[in-house]
Design a protein around this ligand. Structure first.
Ligand code: PEP
Ligand code: MG
Length: 947
């Protein structure tokens, strides 16, 4: 495996240090030596009993890949030198049967990738040394078993032989020797197996099993390097966002044996309980066993505390070592150890993975113990831990069982965390009916729209086959704190048959399903859930969040559309409402008919307005005869259009008090804090029945009841819906364009906001409304709307004889708005980035379709590094945001700037928003605690990186 590089490269490579004895490394060399190597190095330096060994660096692994899978020059020689040192230290030699040294060859990357790469144990065994092992362990059976396991493991991992080939032979041997299990095979039977295994190697590879321990070592090192790019490892890194260019280190370490009698054993332990965080050793131990036995679960291990009774001296030493390790690393350690004939050996130490509960308890306790500072405690808790603490989740063991039983139906997009179980129900009305009656249901739809909301409210969770992270289902479910899986494209929802299909599997209405909104998994049948304790009972979490609050610069606001959500958000620490989507208030069942009335009348009523204004203008300039003619025309139009105008005004008149009460409730809940209320935004057809459904209904009525008044009504509705249809509604009559076309709607909403604020002020409540105009692309749009609305606001205040403070601002969600932010800031008192639309329009990716149709593949195949609807695209969309912040503040230094797109709750995006200097992020109410932590972490990361 010598390299074929140039002389200069060779010279450089030979001088590179590729291999470090454990005593030469330290904890700080994790990137170079990997977690395991750095851990063994640190323990060795600290004088702890670690079996001697050495680490080949991650750089060597990377060099191996760049030089066509050859060891870099000098590496092998350095490894041999290190081996010599180990041999001297242990007084044993690799390949020497009379003084046997066996080694393990283990992978170990910078970030833990448990079980994803390869390991070879007992390296150095061959026909001669196995005799030495039998003598050493005084156990012939063990030696033969270790040898056959070695050939099997080595054959599979290093020589690439299918595991099945060995297992088949083992099964045959068991049959021959009438053995029920592997453990029933006696020493001579195992010797037999060894022979057969060697034949398998010859048959499968055409060459003999390597008996030379040096050759074994060389090939094993190469195999561990290669396992870095093994499929399992690559998939794991993708899932955990670990870069592929880090490489793995290789640790070659003296084997010690825990199976040398009753004064030997092996175990794994955490320095604190990783489930609860309790400050007590936690782990398992097996007497007279090897590590594999613990992992394989063949024998039931005993709790680590039992060791105190069995080997008290070892236990004492072990507890001293583990508390020392905790003090050194100032964090919970997950250790592996072996006792060989009463002597303790530490094999590994690494930072222990922990549950959310454990994370906050450990962080809080360690501050009290003086081990970490509050800054560090805030950084030790991950945003995902906080999600875990506040959402229900499935019992992990039950979930695993369900997967084993083949009950995992499919995996969609994880849209809103939490676990939900219930009867699959395929329409919102039934979900509403059953849910309100106390039944547990999961609403399943192809996608949701505003008229499904009443079914979402009482449902346990929501599942859709289409849509992405910013689709209606995601946004609404997240706001409600309800689990949701969306875009599960393999599911075919058949609304007619009231069933869903995945392949040939059919789930009918009322069958129980379980969905995991944190992972996107959909299961058939019930999986028991674990509900979270109320936040006010989670003292450690509250303490960590308080520390976070003291450290963050970004404020955290919430997106809330009703008083209940606003109240909840405030309780969770929200410092304002960053987005109240008024259209969500239009969805309530009793309101929808009024909203529909308004929409259907709007075009006619407004045409009247435009026409009459034109005529009035013409009349001023016209001569008498012409004027009389125009007056007649005007009367005509007015008469014709009067019913539409009456309808429109009646509907607005009915909506006004409803909206006023909504706003009063929210403003009251957020007393003393800002509340950003956005005027109506979505395309109006979203409030009307679907065109396709209407077409079918009308066709059916034409057949069955051609004379009915129902047909006449539906046909009228169909005409209206058809008139409003747009090819690209997302780019159509929505946002501020609606208000410009139909000013009555905006006027009604502004009036409702101002009347609510005035009434509250009179009661002594400090209401702080901020009126927000959506989807501005040109400053003139904003100027025009502002002109209209200021008039209404002033009028209301005059009527009420009271003044209230209010702000008037806009969303920045169209690229042109971001690029012309300087101009826009002249009119706007605040900006709020609508990153959902801004992402949609910058990428030209439909936010409703892209994730299901192609984005998943894009991220899997690394065409994009991440889903831009989940984590803000810093380079593209982020650039627009930077421009808008910079130019907006240049024009108006005290411009208030926040973000209210779904990215406002995403920790990675929060880091970016902190960096670009926004004032606040606004996220769903249940997301507020997570955002508080993430904002503090962003601030701390920034502070440390500039030091
Ligand atoms: C946005 O576009 O980011 C936004 C908050 O508005 P909506 O999601 O309601 O379009
Ligand atoms: Mg938007």
């Amino acid at each position: 495996m010598a390299g074929t590089s140039t002389a200069a490269q060779r010279a450089a490579a030979t001088t590179t240090k590729w291999v470090y004895l454990f005593e030469e490394g330290s904890a700080s060399m994790r990137a170079l030596l990997g977690g395991k190597g750095a851990g063994c190095a640190e323990m060795t330096r600290a004088g702890l009993p670690v079996p001697p060994g050495f680490t080949i660096t991650t750089e060597a692994c990377n060099a191996y890949y760049t030089s066509d899978k050859r060891f870099p020059d000098g590496m092998w020689e350095q490894a041999l030198d290190a081996l010599r040192v180990i041999e001297q230290k242990t007084g044993k030699r690799l390949g020497d049967a009379s003084n046997l040294l066996l080694v393990s060859v283990r992978s170990g990357a910078q970030f833990s990738m448990p079980g994803m790469m390869d390991t070879v144990l007992n390296l150095g065994l061959n026909d001669e040394t196995v005799v030495g092992l039998a003598r050493l362990t005084q156990n012939e059976r063990f030696a033969q078993d270790a040898y056959r396991r070695f050939i099997q493991m080595y054959g599979r991992i290093v020589m690439g032989i299918e595991g099945r080939a060995f297992e088949d032979e083992l099964d045959k041997a068991k049959e021959r020797h009438s053995a029920a299990a592997d453990t029933d095979l006696a020493a001579d039977a195992l010797q037999d197996v060894v022979k057969t295994f060697k034949q398998v190697v010859r048959r499968e590879t055409g060459s003999d099993f390597p008996t030379d321990p040096m050759k074994q070592l060389e090939l094993a090192i190469g195999a561990v390097f290669s396992s870095w790019m093994g499929e399992r490892a690559v998939v794991y890194r993708d899932a955990n966002k670990i870069p592929h260019n880090l490489g793995t280190a290789v640790n070659v370490q003296t084997m010690v044996f825990g199976n040398m009698g009753d004064d030997s054993g092996t175990g794994v332990a955490f320095t604190r309980n990783p489930e609860t965080g309790e400050r007590a050793l936690y782990g398992d131990f097996l007497i007279n066993a090897q590590g594999e036995d613990v992992v394989a679960g063949i024998r039931t291990p005993m709790p680590i505390t039992e060791l105190e009774r069995i080997l008290p001296a070892v236990y004492k030493e072990f507890t001293e070592i583990t508390s020392r390790l905790e003090r050194t690393y100032r964090d919970v350690q997950d250790v592996e150890f072996t006792v060989e004939r009463g002597k303790l050996f530490m094999l590994q130490t690494r930072t222990g993975q922990r549950s959310g509960f454990a994370a906050v308890r450990i962080a809080s306790d360690m501050v009290d113990e003086g081990l970490v500072t509050p800054d560090e405690a805030v950084q030790r808790v991950q945003p995902d831990h906080v999600v875990q603490l506040l959402m229900s989740r499935f019992n992990p063991a039950a979930k695993e069982t369900a997967i084993r039983e083949g009950r995992l139906l499919t995996t969609g997009i994880s849209a809103s965390p939490g676990a939900a179980v219930g009867r699959a129900v395929f329409d919102a009305d039934r979900a509403d009916e059953l849910g309100t009656a106390g039944e547990k249901v999961v609403l399943v739809r192809p996608e949701t729209s505003p008229d499904d909301v009443h079914g979402m409210i009482p449902a346990q969770g929501v599942l859709t086959s289409r849509g992405g992270k910013t689709s209606h289902a995601s946004v609404v479910a997240r706001g409600m704190g309800k689990p949701a899986v969306v875009g599960a494209e393999t599911i075919v929802v058949d609304l007619k048959a009231r069933a869903m299909r995945v392949g040939d599997r059919v789930i009918n209405e009322d069958e129980i399903i379980s969905i995991d909104g944190a992972t996107g998994e959909v299961f058939v049948g019930e999986i028991p859930t674990i509900p979270p304790p109320p936040i006010e009972e989670q003292a450690e979490l509250l303490r960590v969040l308080e520390w976070a609050d003291e450290r963050r610069r970004l404020q955290v606001w919430a997106n809330a559309d009703n008083p209940g959500d606003a109240q909840k958000a405030r309780e969770l620490g929200a410092q304002g409402v960053g987005l109240c989507r008024t259209e969500h208030m239009f969805m309530e069942e009793e309101r929808l008919p009024v909203v529909q009335q308004m929409i259907l009348a709007a075009p006619k009523a407004n045409r009247l307005r435009v026409d009459t204004e034109r005529l009035k203008k013409e009349m001023v300039e016209a001569h008498q005869a012409k004027r009389t003619e125009l007056e007649a025309q005007l009367r005509d139009i007015e008469e014709q259009m009067a019913p539409a105008r009456a309808d429109y005004e009646e509907a607005l008149g009915k909506l006004l008090p409803m909206q006023r009460e909504d706003f009063k409730g929210i403003l009251r809940a957020m007393e003393g804090l800002p509340v950003v209320i956005r005027l109506l935004d979505p395309p109006l057809h979203e409030f009307l029945p679907r065109h396709e459904d209407l077409l079918l209904e009308v066709a059916e009525l034409r057949r069955t009841a051609p004379e009915s008044s129902e047909l006449a009504e539906k046909a009228d509705l169909l005409t209206a819906v058809e008139a409003m249809r747009e090819a690209n509604p997302m780019l159509g009559l929505r946002g501020c364009r609606l208000g410009l076309m139909y000013p009555g709607i905006n006027e009604m909403q502004v009036r409702a906001i101002m009347e609510a604020a005035c009434a509250l002020k009179r009661e002594g409540v400090d209401a702080r409304p901020e009126i927000m105009i959506p989807l501005i692309g040109h400053v003139n749009e904003l100027n025009r709307v502002r002109g209209q609305l200021e008039q209404t606001a002033k009028k209301v205040m005059a009527e009420q004889s009271i003044q209230v403070d209010y702000k008037f601002g806009t969303m920045i969600e169209v690229p042109r708005a971001a690029l012309t932010a300087g101009e826009i800031a002249e009119t706007a008192e605040f900006f709020s980035f609508g990153t959902n639309d801004l992402t949609q329009m910058t990428f030209a990716f439909s936010r409703d379709d892209a994730e299901g149709k192609f984005l998943k593949r894009y991220t899997e195949e690394k065409i994009l590094p991440a889903n831009p609807f989940e984590t803000v695209d810093r380079i593209g969309v982020g650039r627009l945001i930077r421009i808008a912040v910079e130019e907006g503040r240049q024009r108006k230094p005290d411009l208030e700037i926040g973000v209210c797109g779904e990215h406002g709750g995403d920790p990675a995006s929060i880091e970016f928003f902190n960096e670009v200097g926004l004032d606040y992020v606004s996220c769903s109410p249940p997301g507020v605690p997570v955002a508080r932590l993430a904002a503090a972490q962003a601030q701390l990361a920034g502070a440390y990186s500039t030091k």
